[in-house]
Design a protein around this ligand. Structure first.
Ligand SMILES: Nc1ncnc2c1ncn2[C@@H]1O[C@H](COP(=O)(O)OP(=O)(O)OP(=O)(O)O)[C@@H](O)[C@H]1O
Ligand SMILES: [Mg+2]
Length: 319
């Protein structure tokens, strides 16, 4: 549904040129939910704006819904909904009017636009707010309206640029419920950007990590975590005089990547902690080393980003 090859965009500014996206290639299949992750300024919005025909690429090519974004932007636009970063409805219109006028702008008849607006109000639980001015909505309600606006013409592909940024945890979960339900009902392909790693981890089938305009990882969250970060087994020993011997055993475990030891505590990083833990305990026991406690810590997508770039995405985002 979405294909890009060597997509690039350079902005000319007074201070010089900015290479926002530098040779991005990606493929998204029908029905997939893909999350684009990366720190501020990584090029996520620029890439999305090229894929949604809002910005011409400096070089490279892309097709969305079977149409080329440069040579046939109108056909692409009929296939997609786009919810921009912090953009959205006008401040004065009432919620239902805003939806209907969006439908009219998409060349729907007034009757069809009204019918679809009512459907969207129901789907995104905005019914009770239909006659409220858009400006009076809360952040979460407004973001749900943005999604409804993007879906007025029933597109098979939806692009969302940071749909949940700035929402409280409850509103974020609520928005995600709605997006999951829309997907189930329509099998829509969804491509979104987010700074919330936990969201990407639980909601997306595939995560693409972009940094400095370049894709640095593209896989399922589970594989990214196993391949690029790994589990950590933490063991506390009964006596600290056995620590260096235990650390040596840890380093010889299958797939062991890194072992650190301090006091009575040992930590070893490897691909699958739960699978290896019994063998680890057995080898320690054989050497007469007793463990007081053991636990496996699973990685997060932030650990993946840290492994890839040496920086924490959390820090990179708030910096
Ligand atoms: N119109 C523009 N003119 C000049 N530079 C721009 C323009 N739009 C974006 N840039 C620059 O391109 C780079 C990528 O910006 P972009 O908005 O794509 O990042 P992003 O990954 O979406 O970041 P954020 O997480 O903050 O939304 C940044 O350095 C930004 O300053
Ligand atoms: Mg952005």
């Amino acid at each position: 549904m979405i294909h890009a090859r060597d997509l690039a965009r350079t902005f000319k500014t007074k201070a010089g040129s900015v290479e926002a996206v530098r040779g991005l290639s990606l493929d998204v299949a029908e029905g997939e939910l893909v999350a684009f992750l990366g720190p501020n300024g990584a090029g996520k919005s620029t890439a999305l704006r090229m894929l949604t025909t809002l910005l011409p690429p400096s070089s490279g090519s892309a097709s969305v819904g079977g149409h080329d974004v440069v040579s046939d932007p109108a056909a692409v636009r009929r296939q997609i909904g786009y919810v921009g970063q912090g953009t959205g409805s006008g401040p004065y219109h009432r919620v239902r009017d805003e939806l209907v006028s969006q439908g009219r702008a998409q060349r729907m008849s007034t009757m069809a636009a009204r019918k679809r607006a009512d459907e969207m109000l129901g789907m995104l639980e905005l019914d009770g707010l239909a006659d409220r001015p858009c400006a009076s909505l809360s952040g979460g309600q407004k973001r749900r309206l943005d999604v409804a606006l993007g879906l007025m013409h029933t597109p098979p592909i939806l692009f969302l640029d940071e749909p949940s940024t700035g929402l409280d945890p409850h509103s974020r979960a609520n928005l995600w419920d709605h997006i999951a339900r829309l997907r189930e009902a329509s099998g829509m392909t969804i491509f979104l950007t987010t700074h919330y790693l936990d969201e990407a981890d639980t909601m997306a089938e595939r995560v693409m990590v972009i940094d400095h305009g370049v894709m640095i990882a593209d896989d399922t969250p589970a594989r990214l975590k196993a391949d690029l970060a790994g589990d950590t087994i933490h063991i506390r020993l009964l006596c600290n005089d056995q620590l260096s011997h235990a650390a040596e055993i840890a380093r010889n475990l299958p797939d062991a990547r890194e072992a650190t030891a301090q006091g009575r505590d040992l930590a070893v990083t490897l691909r699958d902690g739960e699978a290896v833990l019994p063998e680890f305990i057995r080898r320690l026991h054989q050497s007469g080393i007793e463990a007081m406690s053991a636990r496996v810590v699973r990685p997060t997508l932030d650990d993946v980003f840290l492994g890839l770039t040496g920086r924490s995405l959390r820090e990179a985002v708030s910096a």
